[in-house]
Ligand binder design. Structure first.
Ligand code: ADP
Ligand code: MG
Length: 236
């Protein structure tokens, strides 16, 4: 008999999750950890919203997506869950460094995302940091490499990439661009390109937007690999 090489083993591990769950209506129908499920229950998140039902079967098995759905449709959990589950499945720990980055157009939105992450990730042990302007940059520099998940505004993250000695995101597994249309509207396009250039190519990328414009499709072409295009419109 031949022994399996690491690549084959890796592939088998991935295949465990390569199942679609198109009929999932509740979070408990999804292949997610008990740690996440317990926190979702406590926050009274039981049923999936449309964008969650359409995107999670893809994102939980590692695919890139462009997800378009209007404000208030539940996009935050659509990317928080793949982050938590990917790090959990990889047994991510303190020494593994930065595993996920969420880019948000504004500080206020970054803080909201951070609050959802704290609530839904409360039984996990990952460290998470808010990297947004208007705070002491030196304090961020001292801690940033000990973080597993960063919720950041583009300008401030790029500042750390340029200035922070030893800043390392070579282990990154997931990049999320939330409200990508607003990120572009606010003029962060160049900044975004510089950030993406500094990230490992082998990663999962989730791009969320309230609208699907040409510039969003261009961004998708640049930053996503074989993405699923998911849009959820109101039915009325
Ligand atoms: P979006 O990012 O699409 O604008 P949010 O992620 O901010 O939407 O969610 C909008 C609101 O819906 C929030 O108050 C959130 O707590 C709530 N919400 C999200 N998903 C669910 C769910 N599955 N069940 C119940 N409420 C949810
Ligand atoms: Mg949102």
């Amino acid at each position: 008999t031949t022994t399996k090489n690491d690549k084959e083993k890796e592939k088998e591990k991935d295949n465990e999750y390569k199942i679609d769950y198109p009929s999932a209506t509740d979070f408990k129908d999804l292949p997610i950890s008990q740690l996440t499920l317990k926190a979702l229950n406590e926050s009274k998140f039981l049923k999936l919203t449309d964008i969650q039902r359409a995107s999670l079967p893809h994102t939980l098995c590692g695919r890139d997506i462009l997800g378009a759905a209007k404000t208030g449709s539940g996009k935050t959990l659509s990317f928080i869950l793949p982050i938590l589950e990917t790090l959990w499945r990889n047994r991510w720990g303190r020494d593994d460094g930065i595993g996920a980055i969420v880019l948000s157009p504004t500080r206020e939105l970054a803080i909201q995302i951070f609050d959802v992450l704290k609530a839904v990730g409360k039984y996990h042990t990952f460290s998470a940091g808010l990297i947004i302007g208007g705070r002491n940059v030196q304090q961020e520099k001292d801690k940033i490499n000990a973080m597993n998940i960063l919720i950041a505004t583009p300008g401030r993250l790029l500042q750390h990439m340029d200035e922070t000695y030893g800043f390392d995101c070579s282990n990154l597994k997931i990049l999320v661009l939330d409200e990508a249309d607003r990120i572009l509207d606010l003029g962060f396009s160049k900044c975004l390109n510089s950030i993406v250039e500094n990230l490992p190519k082998e990663r999962q990328t989730l791009l969320f937007s309230a609208t699907q414009t040409k510039s969003i499709r261009d961004l998708a072409r640049l930053s996503l690999q074989e993405p699923e295009y998911i849009s959820v419109y109101e039915k009325d």
